[in-house]
Design a protein around this ligand. Structure first.
Ligand SMILES: [Zn+2]
Length: 84
């Protein structure tokens, strides 16, 4: 079954495997990039490209979607993640 998700930056709808998933863990409040299936929490999806990542951090959009506290290292961590 193909599960479709929507990019939190550009709004494009694609197969979820084409996105990076970012989850705010409900138990710890920690923001996890590409969490395992045991991590439960509020999630956002982003296209694996720099433009969408930049857009997601404009006006703290991603933090609003996740209802998370601002984390200044997160953008860098996501950019590193897609470079791998
Ligand atoms: Zn996008």
């Amino acid at each position: 079954m193909i599960i479709k998700r929507k990019c939190a930056a550009c709004g494009e709808i694609k197969d979820r495997t084409e996105f990076i998933k970012i989850t705010r863990a409900a138990d710890t409040g920690e923001i996890v990039i590409a969490p395992d299936s045991k991590t439960v929490g509020r999630s956002a999806y982003l296209c694996k490209n720099e433009n969408c990542i930049k857009t997601a951090f404009k006006k703290d959009r991603l933090f609003k979607v996740l209802k998370a506290r601002k984390d200044s290292s997160l953008q860098e961590r996501i950019e590193k993640f897609i470079d791998e």
